[in-house]
Design a protein around this ligand. Sequence first.
Ligand SMILES: Nc1ncnc2c1ncn2[C@@H]1O[C@H](COP(=O)(O)OP(=O)(O)OP(=O)(O)O)[C@@H](O)[C@H]1O
Ligand SMILES: O=P(O)(O)OC[C@@]1(O)O[C@H](CO)[C@@H](O)[C@@H]1O
Length: 319
Amino acid sequence: MILTVTLNAAVARTLVVPNLSLGHRHRAQESAVLAGGKGINVARSLRALGVPVIATGFAGGRNGDAIRDGLSAAAIPFDLIEIKGQSRTSIALIDPMGQTQTEINEYGPEVEPGEQAEFRRHFGQLLEYATAVVFAGSLPPNMEEGFLVELVEQARERGLYTVVDSTPTVLRAALKACPSLVSPNQHEAESVVGFDFIEEEDYLRGLARLVEMGARHACITSREGHSYLTTREGVLSARAPMVERVSTIGSGDAYLAGLLAGLLHRHYAPPEAVKLAAGCAAANAETLGAGVFDVRRAEELAGAVKVEAVSYQPGGDRV
Ligand SMILES: Nc1ncnc2c1ncn2[C@@H]1O[C@H](COP(=O)(O)OP(=O)(O)OP(=O)(O)O)[C@@H](O)[C@H]1O
Ligand SMILES: O=P(O)(O)OC[C@@]1(O)O[C@H](CO)[C@@H](O)[C@@H]1O
């Protein structure tokens, strides 16, 4: 079972608004409301891929109830700690005419020290059923990065596969706990390593730096349908067929779920797992809602992903 940890879960509302323009009144052509936050998006994608999953984290207030209802409706097993604060709302505005995606995410509620302690205890119990743990998304505003670092260490000490996908500040801290895999997008990775990725060599240097900073493995996704993954044998580069995008929000989450489903559940070799990852991400881009895609379409797109081994040996960096 893969345990996903969403410390700042959200009610994720997506509105399709043609010709969106600031300062004007609009009507949404279409809308979707889902339980959200990166870890929950990953759980939704894993569930679609047939991987046993439990979603944990914090949820509170009416939004917390809506998050639980959304998870139940999607048949995603969950075990969320109730908090006094109101879980946040994340709004995505999709303009199909201007081809823009605008996100407005609340910071989320504070989580009291007692609630944090309760989560820590509970987490230890959930680990007994897990083979892998995915820590994804931002932290509640008053939560120290050390809280997450300790959770990663706790999971790692039990010999579990650990994955971190969070904001650059949190990711930088989490690298100290040596997670099995980190999966930032290009922008986040650039911010963590401190330089821009312009050429392929920059991505490879970025991966090497993430490994040097503590990750056992790293993948970096980019908007142009391109991604890189370190493996024991070297680095793989994957190019997905570009699809007509509806919304790429959650494509990174679908990518991570596809990768984990491939590596840990289907026992694929890394090149096949990367294809599945990029197929899921592309299928997500064709669909409204984060971590939502048609699995058959994802498999079809996976078949068209071009994967190749790329080499880079800058002064013995281990990638
Ligand atoms: N138009 C597209 N066609 C095909 N694949 C796409 C397209 N857009 C994105 N992807 C796939 O999605 C992956 C992730 O994209 P990106 O790095 O933009 O996600 P992200 O910012 O992490 O997303 P999120 O944080 O919203 O989950 C890309 O590496 C690529 O494989
Ligand atoms: O605020 P966080 O937790 O860092 O990220 C939240 C978020 O940007 O990530 C998801 C896509 O990965 C979106 O659904 C959501 O808006």
